[in-house]
Design a protein around this ligand. Structure first.
Ligand code: NAD
Length: 328
């Protein structure tokens, strides 16, 4: 069996590579243009069951060639990160729209089972917590760039569901909620790697807004477990699932905990969103998944709590073990 992972050189993709190599006999084919991913994410892999191909999902021919070799597809390649999307709006739309259509179109040739990575951004600025899969989406105007990302991901979902309905493509959609862990870069606006890096280097921790906004953080190992299980569960095909830990954390509390666990003397500074991004920038206050659909299908519950997540990220960034007991 050959498994294609688009975006396999990225944060979540590289953890999926590790998992599939460890737990299956599959040959893994990674297709990635290494725009936000990094070859270093796969440098530790010694298996000859891994092939890494540099290519762009916007190129339909390259995609069709890779898909033709695959028995399973995880489509993770996308323009990600709020900062990245705000800085490169057109390219982000093109990657997230054309790239996904290319993958789905090619997959439909042989009916290859496909996982599509979607996002909690789908819910936009909805205040109806916790978010469940059939909730209404609440998004802002097309003049505010950040809403282009959710709109592209929503269109990806429409495309995937249409390929399922009209071509019987076995496709499942996972809406990730703040997946975090080692190898995630802070370069594109991700909060945990940024705070940890700031704390370890003694720089101030920059909390955007007043810090009362909450997010639900999920360890990448938990996300990878679900991702793999969903694709291998035929009852999941044609469906959408929230993938995330349901415990929300306020960003101020997150900053405090990072300081405790690193023993850092860094101060915490608050930066208005308009200063960090732009005048018209909008940021949802709270994001929390309802995971009852996932629980009832897979009996899934996340194993890693916030401290375990932070410990793993700190260890990876500091290259040294963190004694959690010592700081409790
Ligand atoms: P990432 O940036 O580490 O991974 C994305 C990968 O796609 C990178 O390796 C990048 O180089 C590759 N890529 C980008 N454009 C490409 C192109 N045109 N052709 C080929 N490869 C390309 O980010 P991630 O966090 O691992 O995200 C993986 C997926 O999960 C994405 O689809 C993202 O939208 C989704 N997601 C992630 C989160 C999260 O919290 N990490 C939340 C919601 C959704």
């Amino acid at each position: 069996m050959t498994v294609l992972i688009t975006g396999g050189g990225g944060f979540i993709g590289s953890h999926l590579v590790d998992r599939l190599l460890a737990e299956t006999e599959a040959e893994i084919l990674v297709l990635d243009n290494f725009s936000t991913g990094d070859v270093a994410n796969l440098a530790h892999v010694e298996s000859d069951r891994l092939e890494v191909r540099t290519g762009d999902v916007r190129d339909a021919e390259v995609v069709a060639e890779a898909v033709a070799e695959a028995d399973r597809i995880y489509h993770l390649a996308a323009a990600v990160g709020v900062q990245n999307v705000v800085d490169n709006p057109l390219k982000s739309l093109q990657v997230n729209l054309h790239g996904t259509e290319n993958v789905l179109e090619a997959a439909s040739e042989d009916g290859t089972p496909t996982f599509l990575a979607s996002s909690s951004e789908i819910y936009g600025k909805s205040e109806s917590l916790p978010f469940s899969e059939s909730d209404d989406r609440v998004v802002g105007p097309t003049t505010v760039t950040r809403w282009g990302y959710t709109t592209a991901k929503a269109t990806d979902e429409f495309l995937a569901l249409s390929y399922h309905d009209e071509y019987d493509l076995p496709v499942v959609i996972g809406r990730y909620f703040n997946i975090v862990g080692p190898r995630q870069t802070g370069e594109y606006g991700m909060v945990i790697p940024t705070f940890v890096e700031q704390a370890l280097s003694g720089e101030p921790l920059t909390v955007y807004g007043d810090g009362t906004q909450t997010r639900s953080f999920t360890h990448v190992t938990d996300a990878v477990t679900v991702t793999h299980q969903l694709l291998e569960t035929p009852a999941a095909h044609g469906e959408v699932f929230n993938v995330g830990a349901p415990q929300p954390t306020a960003i101020n509390d997150l900053a405090d905990r990072v300081l405790e666990l690193t023993g850092s003397e860094s101060e915490i500074v608050h930066v208005p969103f308009e200063e960090a991004y732009s005048e018209d920038f909008e940021e949802p206050d709270h994001r929390e998944p309802d995971v009852s659909k996932l629980e009832s299908l897979l009996g899934w519950a996340p194993e890693a709590d916030l401290d375990r997540i932070l410990r793993d990220v700190i260890e990876a960034q500091a290259d040294a073990p963190v004694d959690l007991e010592a700081v409790r």
